[in-house]
Design a protein around this ligand. Structure first.
Ligand code: CP
Ligand code: NVA
Length: 325
């Protein structure tokens, strides 16, 4: 048995998961540990060439209203390796893009496929989709959350650090974006401390911060939001950043380039993290903006393991939601 699996086995229990995967706050700490355990087991099977057709004959629909490389390919490959099939549905090509309602689209697709992944703008659009669907709905990124990415991030941290509990994660950059919110939710559930450093006016959503803080405090952890990146990164085990202008914010990109200059993750800043810190970025990255090339491509970076883990983490999510129990 893989050593990470042994660590987790004692912490898991079995309980019914929510039907949908919309945010990490909908899941308990043990749900998340169960998914990580499953992801490690499935990854192990794949690496050993053991077939794992848990979703034989199942079909996943994937609606994309925004661009994607990792999410699209990892879901599509994941379904194939699980014995199922995925259908890529660009919103430009389906009737949704010509004004068919979200509700009607959800109702119709629910009659054909076994699960739907949606990447869209407003999180309310995803919630409306889920309310009208009769099958599991997975959040493939909204403006507010990116939970499948963060499950892969937790898997990556666990593999590189051997544990999650008690570690300090530091996020530097745009506080008010999907990655920050899902990182705060996910890390607080697994007992990590989180410090966020962002420019004034770019703080994380206050409701999400309050809820994640409550969860973190339950396990004696803290969530702090500051405008001082040197303060935030002090003794961090995990350093994370993301683009300064997310998809849909193109018009603000020029202003953001100026506002975020002091929040670049570079070697000077990283000297204040622990000497064995790991660096994560969900990608795509802009070298020379939110992170310098020497950090992104350097010895502390685990970004390509992180990208690979999208596949393994999502196979665990798909098996849990679309499988037969
Ligand atoms: N990290 C991530 O979600 O990448 P894509 O936008 O390429 O899917
Ligand atoms: N915050 C980024 C994440 C991309 C995967 C965006 O929404 O564009």
């Amino acid at each position: 048995m893989n050593s990470h699996l042994k660590v987790l086995k004692s912490e898991v229990n079995t309980q019914r998961l929510p039907r949908d995967f919309l945010t990490l706050s909908d899941f308990s700490s043990s749900d998340i540990m169960n998914l990580l355990t499953e992801a490690l087991a499935i990854k192990d099977m794949q690496k050993k060439g053991i077939p794992h057709p848990f979703l034989k004959g199942k079909v996943l629909g994937m609606i994309f209203e925004k661009s994607s490389t990792r999410t699209r390919v990892s879901f599509e490959v994941g379904m194939l390796q699980l014995g199922g099939h995925a259908i890529f549905l660009s919103s430009k090509d389906i009737q949704l893009g010509r004004g068919e309602t979200v509700a009607d689209t959800a109702k119709v697709l629910s009659r054909y496929v076994d699960g739907i992944m949606v990447r869209t703008y407003g999180h309310d659009q995803l919630e409306e989709f889920a309310e009208n669907a009769t099958i599991p709905v997975i959040n493939g990124l909204t403006d507010l959350h990116h939970p499948t990415q963060v499950l892969a991030d937790l898997l990556t941290i666990l593999e590189h650090k051997g544990e999650l509990k008690g570690l300090k994660m530091c996020y530097i950059g745009d506080g008010n974006n999907n990655m920050t919110h899902s990182l705060m939710e996910g890390a607080s559930k697994v007992g990590m401390h989180v410090s966020v450093a962002c420019p004034k006016g770019y703080e994380p959503n206050s409701l999400i911060t309050a809820k994640a803080t409550e969860v973190a405090n339950l396990s004696g952890c803290t969530i702090t939001v500051t405008h001082d990146p040197f303060d935030a990164i002090q003794d961090a085990d995990v350093v994370v950043t993301d683009v300064w202008a997310s998809m849909g914010m193109e018009e603000e990109a020029e202003r953001r380039l100026k506002d975020f200059v002091p929040y670049q993750v570079n070697s000077e800043l990283c000297q204040h993290a622990k000497s064995d810190f790991i660096f994560l970025h969900c990608l795509p990255a802009h070298r020379g903006e939110e992170v310098t090339a020497d950090i992104l491509d350097g010895p502390h970076s685990v970004v390509f393991d992180e990208a690979e883990n999208r596949l393994h983490a999502q196979k665990a999510i798909l098996k849990a939601l679309l499988g037969n129990g």
